[in-house]
Design a protein around this ligand. Structure first.
Ligand code: ZN
Ligand code: ZN
Ligand code: FE
Length: 763
């Protein structure tokens, strides 16, 4: 008889997204495979594993831990140290421990393929169960009350596991081993359908069939999901979609649609390989796809645009409903325009009763309102336009750790906030525009939830430079000992640099609608030489008066008039812009410019796009911000086009782009009958080429080799792609947003990156 091999013991600490993703059951299986004993447990922010047995087996275990981890997990680091053998004879999953430190929380996960198969299998005991989940799918962030992630600290605590669910939960060989959301028709949440007074019509599978039938006949149904309510209707029925627009008070801003499968997505739109990957990922964002010519989708879903926002079903309830409806559904957030999404049953009935005829409700409480995320593919890589469900509250590292915990309150529009401890940034979900009591309440609720979940007590507030923004008041009212102020476009550039781990000086192009400049004027087409600590304005678009101030956002003719006021000789070329404008309105606006009354000066790229749309005769008025740029991008498509003249001159050491020759040329060519699509394409190429030339000149002048592209204007794929291609052709390194949106959703992260760096430097 040979002697037993010596027993080794190791303690492993795995950090990253490792809780709520089936990590402990995976570790258990792996330990069994290598005949190791010991235990695994969740501690705050990590998984701890104690293994003992043959030293070679432990080595293989360690290697396979990273190599074979569940796909939805994300390992940041595995630390391994020697431990003392305990002489245990089994491997156990032990109860969670709690401690301080950073605590990653898993984002909500879409229904996995295995659960989807069981959902449609009549022989399975969870056949048609709308709350089927497992260790690798289901809600997470939106049902978590506190950490560590165990059922009793989630809204699933209201449901007692039945005997069969309990045995699956306890069985290490089962794929629902330690699935905190495990449930079945016997013991889980349920679904029911009511009319808009709350009176119940049907329950369970019957409710889903009932809702499907009503959707097919033109009703609008409010549906409770993971992060809140959706308003749903038949996406192929133009009359119904227009009725939903009327009731929701949303004229033209595009609606997202939902289909069940990738095949269904292909039947309404063109889907590339990268787009398919993005559509089908566990995050399930809305993906902007090119509308198929034969698409049955109603024109009023995305009027004037060549793209539609499509997402795949991501909850079992969506799968069942779409299967029963058999056609694509509009799925737009359950709110009135500009209000936060509704999450509670009673709240939804109160707020949405005038919009929806019916309510498909369930009793698994939603603890945080989270909107759908939105993304598109540009040059073969995903570009997030709205970072919300599926992505939050995933933590992101800062390149420079903050010596003090801080809160960056973000921008006025498309607000998010960011909480920081050390080098870990927790960026909130999309909150919306901070201009109503409701969105302010949403901000404070979300902040309270984040400070509680992540146990961060901020000591420093970070805010925008604009004295009048509500976010500024919010920051001041936090009453913290110190407030750091960050300029809007500096924050845009810092956000992108920081997510790429870049702390050195870069040339930053920050193109957007509006941001408060350090000279008191409105900025929005800036080229800054910047690092995390500071910036210098190196180039910008020529500044113009915007008669009517904020009105200009909705009325592109006002931007055109502003430009015309700088060069009255171009009046003929600009004529189309004022075709549908009343003489009286125009005269008032001209007086505002003359007397410098309510006509603030701005260098906004968004407003230049508006002015271009106006002089092309495309539109004089918009029903949402960004409508004119989006339509111009749609029109331009991928048509090849030559840039028009867009001169740059130097004033006081700053390069200034003068778009008046460009606008005049567009107006003249259009009046001579040149094709609108070609002119839209030439406009894009003119902006891209002039911006790239400016970036090159600044890079040369300062000896820099990296250019950052940031700001809402880079949601425009053609602009982003064209600027990038032009710069890369000249051997510059180009950084674009990846983890965050180019738009103001990224501002809080940029503010946090700047403040952390400033504090770390000891300023
Ligand atoms: Zn699953
Ligand atoms: Zn059960
Ligand atoms: Fe911005």
């Amino acid at each position: 008889m040979s002697a037993a091999p010596p027993v080794a013991a190791r303690l492993l600490r795995v950090t990253g997204v490792v809780q709520g993703v089936g990590f402990r059951p995976f570790v258990h299986r792996l330990a069994m495979r290598h005949a190791l004993v010991g235990w695994v447990r969740n501690v705050a922010g990590a998984v701890e594993i104690h293994v003992e047995g043959d030293v070679e087996e432990i080595r293989t275990f360690h290697r396979e831990l990273s190599a074979e981890a569940p796909v939805v997990s994300q390992i940041d680091a595995v630390a391994i140290v020697h431990a003392v053998p305990t002489g245990s004879c089994e491997f156990r999953i032990v109860a969670s421990a709690d401690a301080d430190g950073n605590r990653p929380i898993t984002a909500d996960l879409s229904c996995c393929a295995e659960c989807e198969a069981e959902l449609f299998d009549p022989a399975n005991r969870r056949y048609e169960h709308p709350f089927i989940t497992c260790t690798s799918c289901g809600p997470r962030y939106t049902i978590i009350r506190s950490l560590p992630y165990d059922r009793e600290r989630t809204s699933m605590a209201a449901f007692q596991r039945c005997e069969r669910c309990e045995s699956e939960y306890l069985d290490p060989a089962n794929r629902r081993h330690h699935a905190e959301t495990v449930a079945c028709p016997e013991c889980g949440p349920s679904v029911w359908l009511t009319d808009n007074s709350g009176a119940e019509r049907s329950r369970g599978s019957a409710a889903i069939r009932d809702a499907a039938a009503r959707l097919r006949s033109g009703d609008i149904v409010a549906i409770r999901g993971i992060g809140g309510f959706h308003l749903a209707c038949d996406a192929t029925d133009d009359v119904t979609v227009r009725r939903l627009r009327e009731r929701k008070r949303r004229d033209a801003r595009p609606f997202a649609i939902m289909v069940r499968t990738l095949g269904d997505a292909r039947s309404v739109s063109v889907v590339s390989v990268e787009e398919a990957r993005l559509l089908g990922g566990a995050e399930r964002p809305v993906v902007l796809l090119r509308r198929d010519e034969e698409s049955p989708i109603a024109p009023s879903v995305s009027p004037g645009l060549d793209r539609i926002g499509v997402m795949l079903a991501y909850t079992p309830l969506h799968h069942l409903l779409l299967e029963a409806v058999g056609r694509p559904l509009v799925m737009t957030s359950g709110n009135l325009t500009d209000e936060p999404i509704a999450i509670g049953n009673a709240e939804a009935l109160r707020r949405l009763r005038d919009i929806a005829n019916l309510f498909l409700l369930h009793d698994r409480e939603i603890l945080a309102g989270v909107d759908d995320s939105v993304a598109r593919v540009v040059d073969g890589a995903p570009l997030l336009l709205r970072r919300a469900r599926g992505y939050v509250p995933r933590a992101v590292r800062l390149p420079v750790a903050s010596p003090r915990p801080l809160i960056a309150v973000g921008a006025h529009l498309k607000n998010t906030f960011t909480l920081v401890r050390g080098d870990v940034a927790h960026v909130s979900s999309h909150i919306g525009n901070l201009d109503s009591v409701e969105s302010l309440a949403h901000f404070h609720d979300s902040l309270a939830r984040y400070t509680d979940l992540f146990r961060i007590a901020p000591e420093v507030a970070v805010r925008d430079l604009h004295p009048g923004y509500l976010s500024t008041r919010v920051a001041e009212e936090l009453g913290l000992s110190r407030t750091i102020v960050v300029q809007h476009h500096h924050a845009h550039i810092a956000a992108v640099a920081a997510e790429h781990g870049v702390t050195t000086r870069v040339v930053g192009l920050a193109f957007d609608g509006t941001g408060f400049g350090d000279d008191g004027s409105i900025w929005g087409a800036e080229t800054l030489v910047a690092d995390l600590n500071g910036y210098r304005r190196a180039a910008h678009l020529r500044s113009v008066p915007l008669p009517g101030g904020d009105l200009a956002v909705r009325e592109p003719w006002r931007s055109a008039l502003g430009y015309l006021s700088l060069d009255p000789a171009s009046a003929d070329a600009f004529a189309l812009a004022f075709r549908d404008v009343a003489d009286r309105d125009r005269a008032t606006a001209e007086r505002q410019i003359e007397r410098r009354l309510n006509a603030p000066h701005a260098s906004s790229l968004g407003r230049l796009f508006d002015a271009a749309a106006a002089v092309l005769g495309l539109r004089a008025r918009c029903s949402y911000e960004g409508q004119a740029p989006m339509e111009l991008e749609s029109l331009a498509g991928s048509a090849l086009a030559e840039p028009l003249s867009f001169p740059v001159r130097e004033t006081d050491g700053c390069l200034v782009l003068d778009p008046i020759p460009l606008l005049s040329a567009l107006g003249e060519l259009r009046q001579r009958g040149e094709d609108l699509a070609i002119l839209a394409a030439r406009f894009h190429e003119s902006v891209a080429s002039a911006s790239a030339e400016v970036a090159l000149a600044v890079a040369d002048g300062f000896g820099l080799d990296t250019v950052v592209l940031a700001g809402g204007s880079f949601q425009n794929a053609r602009l982003l792609s064209s600027v990038r291609t032009r710069l890369e052709a000249r051997r510059l390194r180009v950084l674009v947003p990846r983890q965050f949106s180019p738009n103001d959703g990224a501002i809080s992260f940029g503010q946090a990156a700047v403040a952390a760096s400033v504090l770390a430097r000891g300023d």
